[in-house]
Structures are given as structure tokens and as C-alpha cells.
Ligand binder design. Structure first.
Ligand SMILES: [Zn+2]
Ligand SMILES: [Zn+2]
Length: 107
């Protein structure tokens, strides 16, 4: 069974989104990681794997569910084409546990 987000918190002004997953994992998602690794074609073109792109607006304005498999994030500059499916979202987690498991990820 795949984990899905139960609760999502992104307090206004905070630079981190917190996700409580159905398997009990408490995900930590810094806005610069979410934006820098936005999976949309505008940010990433057609190249894979997904690369970190710095410089985007980091104000997370809206979080909307897409079906029951993904989240769509809207940024302060209006960028809203990034669809983060749950599997992908899990790989972006920067909590202490995930950072320890994947020391090279991100930053
Ligand atoms: Zn994008
Ligand atoms: Zn984690």
C-alpha cells in the first residue's frame, strides 16, 4: 500500500512545507527544494533525470490535490505547472531520516 499525505502544513511565511503521511512519516519539504526540483516541462525541459534549478520564486501560495496521486503547487510568481506525484514527493523529503538515507540528495 502506498503512503499518501494525510495532513499538509505550510504556514504563511514559513519556508518549509510539512506533510504527515499515512505511514506515519513526517515529511519536511523546504520550499527551495520543492521549487528547485519542480518536475514540470517548463522547468525541466525534456531532460532527465530532474535537476535542481535555482532562482524561482519561493513563496508557496497554494497547495492543491490532483486526483489522489499528486499535489499541484502554485508559487508567488504564478508558476503552477508542477505536479508532484506522491512517489516523487517522498524523494524530496529532507527530514533527518531521509537526509541520512540519501546524503547526496539536494542542496
Ligand atoms: Zn516548474
Ligand atoms: Zn523524510
Amino acid at each position: 500500500m502506498k503512503a499518501v499525505p494525510l495532513k499538509i502544513k505550510a504556514p504563511h511565511g514559513a519556508m518549509v512545507m510539512n506533510v504527515e503521511w499515512s505511514d506515519g512519516h513526517l515529511g519536511v519539504y523546504p520550499h527551495d527544494v520543492l521549487r528547485g526540483l519542480c518536475p514540470c516541462a517548463m522547468c525541466q525541459g525534456h531532460s532527465r533525470p530532474i535537476k535542481f534549478r535555482s532562482g524561482g520564486n519561493l513563496e508557496l501560495r497554494e497547495i492543491n490535490p490532483v486526483g489522489n496521486y499528486a499535489l499541484a503547487l502554485t508559487w508567488g510568481d504564478g508558476h503552477a505547472s508542477g505536479i508532484y506525484n506522491f512517489d516523487y514527493l517522498r524523494t524530496l523529503c529532507r527530514c533527518e531520516t531521509c537526509k541520512a538515507a540519501a546524503p547526496d540528495a539536494g542542496s
